[in-house]
Design a protein around this ligand. Structure first.
Ligand code: NAD
Length: 297
């Protein structure tokens, strides 16, 4: 029920997501403040807009994939933002990971213009973005979620309606808080085993058939040399950076404070990753917490 799509923020995630929309034959208008981020998408048939408001003018559905709260807020409500020119009945979907409260405020502002808003953060990382296997956690109206499905399914393999606006972000933040904690847990356990004289690879394999098993031990083990393709085996390059997980933990802590939820391990995890960022691990995969515990060895 729509033909023109807009996409803003063609970074590590957004670039591949935009390419997958084009592959499905949608008419696509794109914008990024970094012109070179748009080159391959334009070559593949996308149209570059001169600014954000031009994207809104030309699109029935617009997806934003920007770094953090302030970028998204400015993109929507700034002087030449999306809301300055958005079409009545357009659907705006923000797939960035941001504070659920900001999503809820964006929805209110969008409704004032006669358009609709969904939050739709993703899991699956850059590989999921490239292979169109992302999971979308969607908050907002059920009808709008259905309307968005054809476009979200061009970029992902699973679309889950989580509830009202903001609930997609809530799902994303809670999952990433657990992920952050579990990675520290695996790294601590394996390092302790090593210090006590047990081969860390053997310990990791024991965990994987025992009750400590989790994504951090099985799919993305922090110990190098267990799985060749994961970041730990490649000097912790690629993957999900320590600075991004720290950002998500900050959002989780802000939300926990507002809602009076106790998150003792989430708050310690945030301090651990912020500490290792100060030690130069910000651009490495967050499994490098293992390397940090070992004293950079
Ligand atoms: P990124 O920094 O690689 O990309 C962001 C892009 O937005 C950049 O190209 C930047 O130039 C552009 N941009 C910034 N401000 C802009 C503006 N005002 N107007 C237009 N373009 C602007 O970030 P990313 O890794 O693609 O992540 C995007 C979002 O997705 C973040 O919220 C992140 O937390 C979330 N996320 C990332 C991953 C991941 O593995 N990288 C996984 C899931 C979710």
């Amino acid at each position: 029920n729509f033909s023109s799509v807009g996409f803003i923020g063609l970074g590590n995630m957004g670039n591949s997501m935009a390419m997958n929309i084009l592959k499905k034959g949608f008419k696509l208008t794109v914008f990024d403040i970094n012109k070179s981020a748009m080159t391959n998408v334009i070559e593949a048939g996308g149209k570059a807009a001169p600014n954000v408001s031009d994207v809104a003018k030309n699109s029935e559905i617009v997806i934003t994939m920007l770094p953090a709260n302030d970028h998204v807020w400015e993109c929507y409500t700034g002087k030449n933002g999306l809301l300055s020119t958005v079409n009545k009945d357009a659907l705006l979907i923000d797939s960035s990971t941001i504070d659920p409260l900001v999503s809820q405020k964006l929805s209110v502002e969008t409704l004032k213009k006669g358009a609709k808003f969904l939050d739709g953060p993703v899991s699956g990382g850059v590989v999921g973005a490239r292979d169109a296997t992302l999971t979308f956690m969607v908050g907002g109206g059920k009808q709008e979620c259905e309307r968005a499905k054809p476009i979200l399914e061009a970029m992902g393999s699973r679309v889950v309606h989580c509830g009202d606006v903001g609930m997609g972000q809530v799902a994303k933040l809670c999952n990433n808080m657990l992920l952050a904690i579990s990675m520290i847990g695996v790294a601590e356990a394996v390092n302790l085993a090593d210090r006590l004289g047990l081969d860390p690879k053997v310990m990791n394999s024991i965990i994987n058939t025992s009750t400590g098993r989790c994504w951090s031990s099985e799919i993305n083990p922090p110990v190098p040399g267990i799985i060749d393709s994961v970041p730990s085996s490649n000097d912790y390059k690629g993957g999900f950076t320590t600075s991004l997980i720290s950002k998500d933990l900050g959002l989780a802590q802000a939300a926990a404070t507002r809602s009076n939820a106790l998150t003792p391990l989430g708050s310690v995890a945030q301090q651990v990753y912020r500490t290792i960022m100060l030690h130069g691990f910000g651009d490495k995969d967050f499994s490098s917490v293992y390397q940090y515990l070992r004293g950079n060895k």
